[in-house]
Design a binder for this molecule. Structure first.
Ligand code: FE
Ligand code: FE
Length: 204
């Protein structure tokens, strides 16, 4: 009778996220490059900055989850781990493009801002400067045009600013559980559309 009972995968993405933070959240943000906060603190601070800015819940979720790809692929000082793409594997079809796209574009947003905002470039942390060089450095004019054409470029730029600011040692934030509830609510908003698709497929 309970339709949600036949959709166990709906809860699993949240469980997978929680498990990844439990396992890896205490490690230093940006791995061997050692920023001054843990990976979990960085994620929570980024989500909090998004909330304080009045962002949509989907963008708060993207802020929380933007570096989750680092948990499934090692960070190194000599290679780009493409964590913004690996995140898409972790999150799967659990979230819509309003969550996934700003995450996918958050590295590109840094490369865009470095190319367009001298003040931004001057303030990048040493760890971000190192990863920038591995990620391709400042964008060319052609790359900037392609970035501007992305539907979620504005959200990715907002996320990037919060990302760079989310490195304050000892800052108080809501807990991971608080944001897991927000993720669950986003998941529930997506369910009716998915259910209709399944019913339609069975009728066909
Ligand atoms: Fe990142
Ligand atoms: Fe980050």
């Amino acid at each position: 009778m309970d339709a949600s009972a036949s959709e166990p995968e709906d809860g699993d993405v949240i469980e997978r996220i929680a498990a990844l933070y439990r396992e890896h959240g205490s490690r230093p943000y940006d791995g061997g490059r050692r920023e001054s906060v843990t990976a979990l603190e960085h994620a929570l601070q980024c989500a909090q900055l998004a909330e304080w800015a009045g962002a949509e819940p989907s963008l708060v979720a993207a802020a929380l989850l933007h570096d989750i790809g680092d948990f499934i692929t090692p960070t190194s000082d000599t290679d780009d781990n493409r964590h913004e793409l690996r995140a898409q594997e972790v999150l799967g079809d659990g979230f819509g493009p309003e969550v996934l796209e700003p995450i996918r574009l958050h590295v590109a947003a840094k490369r865009y801002l470095v190319a367009t905002d001298a003040d931004y470039a001057a303030k990048l942390s040493p760890a971000s400067q190192l990863s920038l060089s591995l990620q391709g450095g400042p964008m060319t004019a052609e790359e900037r045009q392609r970035f501007e054409d992305e539907d979620f470029a504005p959200q990715a730029l907002l996320l990037r600013r919060w990302d760079d600011a989310a490195k304050t040692p000892g800052k108080q934030t809501p807990s991971l559980d608080y944001y897991l509830v927000l993720l669950q609510e986003l998941r529930e908003q997506r369910r009716p559309a998915r259910r209709r698709t399944v019913v339609g497929a069975l009728d066909a």
